[in-house]
Design a protein around this ligand. Structure first.
Ligand SMILES: O=C(O)C(=O)CO
Length: 329
C-alpha cells in the first residue's frame, strides 16, 4: 500500500528537469508514495490536507509553520533533504506529534569535498589566479599569488559529526595535523584511526590551527560562535573556512578581521543572508572566496538524499525506528 505525501520539488524540477536529474528523484519517490506537489496541494488544499502523511522538504521549502501543521491532521513525519535543520522549529513540529529526520549519510562526502575545495582554493589563491590567467595580456610574475602550504599545516575542525569526520579523512591524505573540537569527544579508536587530536576548549584549537573549518549545526548555542574574540585568538596567518551556516560566524567581526589582518583569509560556502546583498563589503575583499552554498550539490548526493528520505519516511509510517531521526534539543 502506497502512502501519501506532499512532494515539494516543483521549483527544483523547473530548474533541473532538463538535465534529467530530477526525473530520477520523482520516479524513485513514486515507487513508494502517492506524490502531491506543493502546487497541487495548494490548489485543492481542503481535500488534500487529510491525505498528507509525510512531507519531503526540498531545499527548505515550504516554510513549516503552525498554520500548515494545524491543517495536516494525519501528518506523521517531515524528512529534510540535507543535514541542517535550522530552518525548522523543531519544538513546534514535535508538539504536533510529528517526527523529523535529516540525511547525514547522503551529504557527508560531498560537503566534506566542498570544505576541502575551499581550503585548497584559499590556500593557493586559485580564484585570484584564475581571474588573472583568464584576462588576456595580464602580466604576472612568479612572486605573485604566493599561497600558503597545506601539507604539514594544522587544521582545526569545529564540529566532528559525519561531515567533520570525512573532512579529517581527507585532510589526513594532505598530511595535515588535525585538531578537532566537538561537544562530545569521538571514540579514541576513531581519533587514532584518523589521526586527530581532541581539543576540549575551542580556544586552544583556534590558537594552534592554520586553517579553521566550521562544520557545526546552527543552533541558539552556536549562533555567532566565531566572533571577534575567537578571530583574535586565531593566528594572523590563519584561514577561516565556513561550510555550516552563515550565522555561526559574526560577519561584521569577520569583515573587520579580514580588513585589518587579524586573520589571513576566509573561504565561505555559507553567508548570512544568502546571497549577500550586492554592496556587501565581504564581496569586495580580495582575501575572501564565497561560493553559493554548494555544500552537498553533486549528482550522487542529491539522489542519495532522496533515498535516505524515503528510508526515513517509510520507517516513520510503519512505526519503526527512524534511521536519521532528529529530536528537538
Ligand atoms: O546539508 C545541509 O544542510 C547543507 O546545507 C549542506 O551544505
Amino acid at each position: 500500500m502506497k502512502h501519501l505525501k506532499i512532494n515539494l520539488v516543483t521549483k527544483f524540477m523547473v530548474k533541473l528537469g532538463k538535465h534529467g536529474i530530477l526525473h530520477g528523484h520523482v520516479a524513485f519517490l513514486k515507487k513508494h508514495f502517492y506524490l502531491i506537489t506543493m502546487k497541487e496541494f495548494l490548489e485543492d488544499r481542503k481535500r488534500m490536507s487529510k491525505k498528507v502523511q509525510a512531507i519531503y522538504l526540498w531545499w527548505h521549502k515550504p516554510v513549516i509553520d503552525q498554520e500548515l501543521l494545524q491543517s495536516l491532521p494525519n501528518l506523521k513525519v517531515i524528512a529534510n533533504s540535507g543535514v541542517g535543520m535550522d530552518h525548522l522549529d523543531l519544538k513546534l513540529v514535535a508538539s504536533f506529534g510529528v517526527k523529523m529526520a535529516n540525511a547525514p549519510r547522503a551529504v557527508s562526502s560531498s560537503t566534506a569535498d566542498t570544505g576541502m575545495a575551499l581550503l585548497l582554493a584559499s590556500a593557493r589563491r586559485l580564484v585570484e589566479g584564475y581571474h588573472i590567467a583568464m584576462s588576456s595580456g595580464m602580466e604576472y610574475s612568479e612572486a605573485d599569488f604566493l599561497g600558503v602550504e597545506v601539507t604539514g599545516a594544522t587544521l582545526g575542525i569545529i564540529g566532528m559529526g559525519s561531515i567533520g569526520y570525512k573532512i579529517a579523512l581527507r585532510a589526513k591524505a594532505f598530511e595535515m595535523n588535525i585538531l578537532y573540537h566537538n561537544r562530545t569527544r569521538r571514540k579514541e579508536q576513531e581519533e587514532q584511526a584518523v589521526g586527530t587530536t581532541y581539543c576540549e576548549k575551542i580556544d586552544g584549537l583556534l590558537q594552534r590551527a592554520d586553517f579553521v573549518m566550521v562544520v557545526v549545526s546552527l543552533t541558539p548555542q552556536t549562533h555567532k560562535l566565531i566572533g571577534k574574540r575567537e578571530m583574535e585568538l586565531m593566528k594572523p596567518t590563519a584561514t577561516l573556512i565556513n561550510i555550516s551556516r552563515g550565522a555561526v560566524v559574526d560577519q561584521e567581526a569577520l569583515v573587520t578581521a579580514l580588513q585589518t589582518g587579524v586573520i589571513r583569509a576566509a573561504a565561505l560556502d555559507v553567508t548570512h543572508p544568502e546571497p549577500l546583498p550586492r554592496d556587501h563589503t565581504l564581496l569586495k575583499l580580495k582575501n575572501v572566496i564565497i561560493t553559493p552554498h554548494l555544500g552537498i550539490k553533486t549528482d550522487k548526493a542529491t539522489y542519495m538524499i532522496t533515498e535516505e528520505a524515503v528510508e526515513n519516511i517509510l520507517a516513520a509510517l510503519n512505526g519503526l525506528p527512524i534511521p536519521s531521526e532528529v529530536l528537538p534539543s
